[in-house]
Design a protein. Structure first.
Length: 341
């Protein structure tokens, strides 16, 4: 399976590390031999090689700050744009892992449409296109018999989408409620131990949890984007950001946290969705609420179903390998659906 990667930040590097470290195991166990043939970034340059780029060398070059330091080899092309790479029509799938833009979804959205037009399957870690243009992307993918996958967009590689789509396929899902942002959950947990908001945010950035611009995390927009994606995936709800009631954690002070603690409660940024709408809101939970005990960057979601009652999934919501793994799990799903190896 030949891949073009847009973006080589936390997610792209996590995925490349998995290919570097598990490549032979994936071939042996799953007959899966993914090759990254193109990588485009905003800050490190771009590389394209039809016969496949070496994940270890990509990671080394990224660490040095520029793909200029990727070893020159016969057939290697530097400086191609994402459109050039898609138009070359050599890749089987596009991996969109550039920073999320929840206002316009661009430039990623354009590349997603170009890739589908060129017959490529699509997997996204970038939330913008699936939060804002899901219906069009899905219609185009269906019409062309292509896979549109986006496990990484909600709860990193914790299999939320796979759970809903495959394991719960025979159930009606009535609602979803959970903790969908790792950065804010980490900050709230750290503040409870006495760290300042700024210190905790800086740590969340260092650990790779926060978005490139963390405003969206702390103001609730990242969780809201995930709610839109879940709404589309679970209920085909087609809501827009303006339909959701969104606030974040910026108004929560150390005193509020101490106050909640004294009352046997804990603040969590709770995201909830039903087919009718959704909200993201910092909420004081009693300690016996299962969501109150989900700490650090861990995320959780409870799906309310007709046949199975409540099902709760708890797992990583952010992180390098954890989100890189989501890309791998989508590509393995594409392999199962298409036979591409
Ligand atoms: N910034 C996101 C979070 C990353 O903190 O949850 C994973 O989507």
């Amino acid at each position: 399976m030949k891949l073009i990667l847009i973006g080589f930040g936390v997610v792209g590097q996590g995925f490349a590390e998995i290919l570097r470290d598990r490549g032979s195991e994936l071939r042996r166990k799953h007959n899966f031999a993914a090759q990254i043939i193109g990588v485009v970034t905003a800050s490190k340059g771009s590389l394209y090689q039809s016969s496949g780029l070496d994940p270890a060398s990509l990671l080394q070059a990224a660490e040095s700050g520029s793909f200029d330091n990727y070893p020159t080899q016969p057939g290697l092309r530097r400086g191609l744009t994402a459109s050039d790479m898609i138009e070359a029509r050599e890749a089987d799938a596009l991996v969109e892992a550039s920073p999320s833009n929840l206002e316009t979804a661009q430039p990623a959205l354009e590349y997603c449409h170009l890739a589908l037009d060129a017959g490529m399957h699509l997997t996204l870690a970038n939330k913008g296109p699936v939060a804002l243009d899901y219906a069009n992307l899905q219609a185009k993918a269906r019409e062309k018999g292509l896979q549109l996958r986006y496990e990484a967009t909600v709860m990193a590689g914790t299999p939320t989408m796979h759970l809903a789509e495959a394991a719960l396929a025979g159930c009606e899902i009535h609602s979803a409620r959970g903790i969908l942002n790792g950065t804010t959950n980490y900050i709230l947990s750290q503040m409870e131990t006495g760290k300042s908001y700024d210190e905790a945010l800086a740590q969340a950035q260092e650990l790779g949890y926060a978005e490139t611009d963390p405003t969206g995390d702390v103001e609730g927009w990242d969780a809201a984007g995930k709610l839109l994606i879940l709404g589309n995936a679970l209920f085909a709800s087609g809501h827009a950001m303006a339909d959701l009631d969104v606030s974040g954690i910026t108004a929560i002070s150390a005193a509020d946290i101490a106050d909640a603690k004294a009352a046997g409660q804990r603040y969590k940024l709770i995201a909830s969705a039903t087919p009718a709408g959704g909200s993201v809101k910092a909420t004081r939970l009693p300690l016996d609420d299962p969501l109150a005990n989900v700490g650090g960057s861990t995320n959780a979601i409870t799906l309310e179903t007709d046949l199975m009652g409540h099902i709760t999934l708890i797992g990583a919501g952010a992180g390098k390998l954890e989100t890189g793994y989501a890309i791998l799990s989508d590509l393995l799903a594409i392999k199962r659906a298409t036979g591409l190896a």
